[in-house]
Design a protein around this ligand. Sequence first.
Ligand code: CA
Length: 511
Amino acid sequence: MRTAAFLLALAASTAPALAADRPNILFIMSDDHAAHAISAYGSRVNVTPNIDRLAREGMRLDNVFVTNSICTPSRAAILTGQYSHVNGVPVFNRFDSSRQTVAKLLQAGGYHTGMIGKWHLGSDPAGFDEWEILPGQGDYFNPVLYTATGEKRYDGRYVTDVLTDLAIGFLEKRPAGKPFFLMWHHKAPHRNWEPDEAHRRQFENRWIPEPPTFWDTYATRTDALRENRQRVADDMTNNDLKRRPPAGLTGPALVKWLSERPAEVTIERSGAPLTLRGEALARWKYQRYMQDYLATIQSVDDGVGRVLDHLDRAGLARNTIVIYTSDQGFFLGDHGMYDKRFMYEESLRMPFLVRWPAGIEAGGTTRAMALNVDFAPTFLEAAGLPVPPDMQGRSLLPVLRGQTPADWRTSMYYRYYHDPGHHNTAAHYGVRTLTHKLIHYWKRDQWELFDLVNDPMEMSNLYGQPGHERVTADLKAELARLKKALGDRDQFSMELPPDGVDGPVSRLRGK
Ligand code: CA
């Protein structure tokens, strides 16, 4: 009887695919780590030897794009395999944890599942056998983490090191006889970029080259760029710049001072005070920003190295899919900015390195267009589990195997909603093809068209210029086609849910 019952259960499941050698999946995601701050992607500003190992021993994807370039929505898209207008998280609003997620499906499919680090979805994680998460954004130093049963304090510790220890602990304690799925999400290098002391010193006197578009004047572009408030020159606060507060300042006065954006700064040079303004000050701010941003990344790189070494020692490397990505891109002074949100390349592009010795050849690259909504279907297919039809992405497995299907996508749909919101970034939507990008800032009906082949830095808006009528019409048609195909029927009047994952409401207890 027992055998008969087992066979019946086996027949009812997706048994043929559930081989004993199903791969483990280690999904490493940092927060706001731009691809152009990874040396495997040709960084001009830093070296990341451990993250680079994944490219050398696996594959580098060069065209992975986020569908809504902001933390919480990207995390929801990754979990659900759905765009923001379907998964219910267009802005910083709470994720409904009763929804279907890739974690729940893998857990039900026999995986031991874990979530460690920055979650930022405003509800308790569901579908994980083990989880330990930062509340909201979490803290760089002395972090508190939440578990299913309470809070844990890590006094005297640095967050990236804590999260690395927890990831290794998960790997050590995992049950035998089950593949694992671990989402290991770093807080770094999110603003306000607080490095640990050793890495801070490593970068404190280092000169970081400015990007070619640092002094972009936004000529030919729409109002959206001119009105943005994420400019290195104008919008960095005393807190961002780690300036020492005036002596005696406390309480609300100190808070106010930290949030102020200095228009002049006096530094010491060759033993004498030097007051910086204008261009000199902008250059100084860029150095301060990048030195700290890059120093926080170096801790992440160290941690990745420790975990890869652990996989080697434990004999797990061969059949573990290891991915390194970020929840979106980031401006590293590009177009004069920090932060993300815009559909421009630096913010749109996600790093994506993947190693799986048992399944992917070492050293490959691809320009196939991939999206964050593809991650969930990829994990499910790798696990031998069916991909639910309401997931909107597509498994990347054939791409990773070097067999990109003939009908693979050649365009993608993007939409950013958080307006009014932080940094005064105007709501927009658009389409990117392999060669062009069309963006519509719909509130003022302003458009931008870029030729990505001849103008990869997107400095020249061709919209409305003679000679571009045909490509504009084609892109508008493609944009409308994608919008319809993906079920985004909203004509930009939608009521956005209120933000609710930062600040006090991100305290998950009792919710
Ligand atoms: Ca982010």
